[in-house]
Design a protein around this ligand. Structure first.
Ligand code: 5GP
Length: 196
């Protein structure tokens, strides 16, 4: 049976574990196409251009934005991040599913133009746990951790605009929940072109 492609948007505060959940989903869920974002930040050790991000200069990013090449873009902690439009549109038109892992500002921008996408909010079990994760991953300065926590307080209120909320207390449970959401969404009649 032919069905429409579904756009899955995974989002949530910084440090909540979205990236790890995304990696697990790509390993476990068939036919899920990851949209690779463009960013002006430099690659971290082990990251690969075209796989983790498209690393572009600020000028190039601005040019892409001016040419409406992004579905959404946002300024996240001193860097720009954006979802290239052509890949997502092409996959969806082919009836394939696409996964985005982006920040909350970006998710809310996409929601305005693509209300039909599936919005999944990943929530930390508590602010204390988020602090210990941000400190533990060792890639943020004290100042940046404080900035992220201030942002997090208001970001948590955005959960009401999402379709699903998954608490990332235990990684395996969170991945299982998101997988279940994806499988259930894929069975929804509204995505199928059926005649009664
Ligand atoms: P990082 O630099 O740690 O890889 O990502 C920083 C933040 O940017 C994360 O919250 C991540 O979800 C978000 N992000 C990654 N790609 C995009 C994107 O294309 N658009 C938006 N709005 N946020 C993104």
């Amino acid at each position: 049976m032919d069905r429409r492609g579904i756009l899955f948007v995974i989002s949530g505060p910084s440090g909540v574990g979205k990236g790890t959940i995304r990696e697990e989903l790509l390993k476990n869920v068939n036919n899920l196409n990851l949209s690779v974002s463009a960013t002006t930040r430099s690659p971290r050790e082990g990251e690969v251009d075209g796989r983790d991000y498209y690393y572009v200069s600020k000028d190039k990013f601005q040019q892409m934005a001016d040419e409406q090449q992004f579905l959404e873009y946002a300024h996240v902690y001193n860097n720009m991040y954006g979802t290239p439009r052509p890949y997502v549109v092409e996959k969806l038109e082919q009836g394939q599913d696409v996964l985005l892992e982006i920040d909350i500002q970006g998710a809310m921008q996409i929601k305005k133009t693509m209300p039909d996408a599936v919005y999944i909010f990943i929530k930390p079990p508590s602010i204390d746990e988020l602090v210990s994760r941000l400190c533990g991953r060792g890639k943020d300065t004290q100042e940046s951790i404080e900035r992220r926590l201030v942002a997090c307080q208001s970001e948590l209120l955005q959960v009401v605009y999402y379709d699903y909320v998954v608490v990332n207390d235990d990684l395996n449970d969170a991945v299982r929940d998101v997988q279940s959401i994806i499988q259930a969404e894929r069975c929804r009649i509204k995505y199928y072109n059926l005649k009664g």
